[in-house]
Write a protein that binds this ligand. Structure first.
Ligand code: BGC
Length: 368
């Protein structure tokens, strides 16, 4: 191949060789038709680049299997890798995917800067890019964006917190925001602040703190929330936590201090989040039907990989550089009252798992 290589690509390949990272191969889920060999099978190739496995369990436990299934069902060869939070690893994975002949990359970026570099390189080599879940800002190299209405996610969180707090006048609220480098975290915050700001202004609520958690790191969230409690003299009446992992960190900090349960929000309808709701430690989560998101992204990727024009209905979303054709699914709010509504969905935890062990009695009392 006589493709021109950018400098960082060469550097990346060097690092790969040195670190013995088996590139995509090790993550290439049992590529059905003898796969692996590279250059072999005639199925068009699609690469999925996941961000990490710790900021939310969704990426490995829900997105990966659903994307794998949808892509394979569409007759393409899917290679799914996870950068585990490391931007240069993600760049290497993208480069490797292109070297292996990927026609399409589905990217969950770690921030817009590194995402834009990956996308520019892909574009220069004729590879199509779909921003999966997180929009990459300030680049013209993303062909599509598939996600949820993320401001709506935030609005549901804000309204959920308001509903859980009820009419406790002067309720003291702490906000635990997602990663400042994730465009979604900005959108979530815009959403919940649109609900909370009027409450702060009217004096119904008092904002005691407002902190962002780098990389959505749950461990850092615990430390940050401990400091929030310390500073606020433990006087916090409600927590707007941007996802279930951050919510769980706040709950752990409250428990460590033996403080009573207070309304805490979340997102992702994770097993832990739903268990926290059943236990009364968390007041709501946002369920995003990831199967729909994965299927929508796969449909686009399959068409692009086969050189066809996608037929999906899209809406334009401005990423600061151009208008990205986008597919946005709709999120819903989950509280203890409607937990059972989504049982049976492939992207939603199973009742047996939620209600296992010490939550059995609590589940019974909720009629689960
Ligand atoms: C996703 C959330 C997820 C968070 C941390 C966001 O971009 O939309 O579902 O909880 O990242 O991974």
């Amino acid at each position: 191949m006589s493709r021109r290589r950018s400098l960082w690509a060469l550097a990346a390949a060097g690092v790969l060789a040195m670190s013995g990272v088996a590139a995509c191969g090790s993550d290439d889920d049992d590529g059905d038709n003898g796969g692996g060999g590279g250059g072999g099978g005639d199925k068009p190739k699609v690469a999925v680049l996941l961000p990490d496995s710790k900021s939310s369990v969704r990426w490995e436990t829900v997105d990966r299997p659903l994307l794998q299934k949808a892509l394979e069902a569409g007759g393409v060869e899917a290679t799914i890798t996870n950068a585990e939070g490391d931007k240069s690893t993600q760049q290497q994975q993208a480069e490797q995917a292109i070297t292996n002949g990927a026609k399409v990359i589905l990217l969950v970026n770690l921030d817009s800067g590194s995402g834009a570099a990956i996308e520019a390189n892909a574009k220069s080599q004729g590879v199509k890019v779909i921003d999966y879940d997180r929009l990459t800002l300030d680049t013209d190299a993303n062909d599509y964006y598939v996600s949820f209405d993320n401001e709506k996610v935030g609005k549901l969180q804000g309204q959920g917190l308001v509903d859980c707090i009820g009419n406790k006048k002067g309720a003291r609220i702490a906000e635990l925001n997602g990663s400042p480098t994730d465009n979604n975290a900005t959108l979530f915050k815009n959403g919940y602040d649109s609900v909370l700001k009027p409450k702060y202004e009217s004096g119904d609520f008092v904002k005691v703190d407002d902190q962002s958690v780098p990389d959505w790191d749950n461990q850092k969230a615990l430390t940050i929330f401990e400091q929030i409690l310390q500073k606020a003299d433990n006087k916090v009446d409600g927590v707007l936590a941007a996802n279930d992992g951050l919510g769980n960190a706040a709950i752990s900090a409250l428990k460590q201090r033996k403080l009573p349960q207070i309304p805490v929000t979340g997102q992702d309808a994770t097993l832990e989040g739903l268990q926290n709701i059943v236990a009364g430690d968390q007041c709501m989560t946002v369920y995003k039907a990831i199967e729909k998101e994965a299927n929508a992204a796969a449909e686009l990727a399959i068409a692009l990989a086969k050189g066809e024009k996608p037929t999906a209905k899209t809406v334009p979303i401005d990423n600061g550089t151009h208008s990205v054709p986008s597919v946005l699914e709709t999120p819903v709010s989950v509280t203890k009252d409607n937990i059972s509504q989504y049982f049976g969905n492939p992207d939603y935890p199973k009742k047996e798992d939620i209600c296992a062990g010490k939550l059995q009695a609590k589940c019974k009392s909720l009629g689960l």
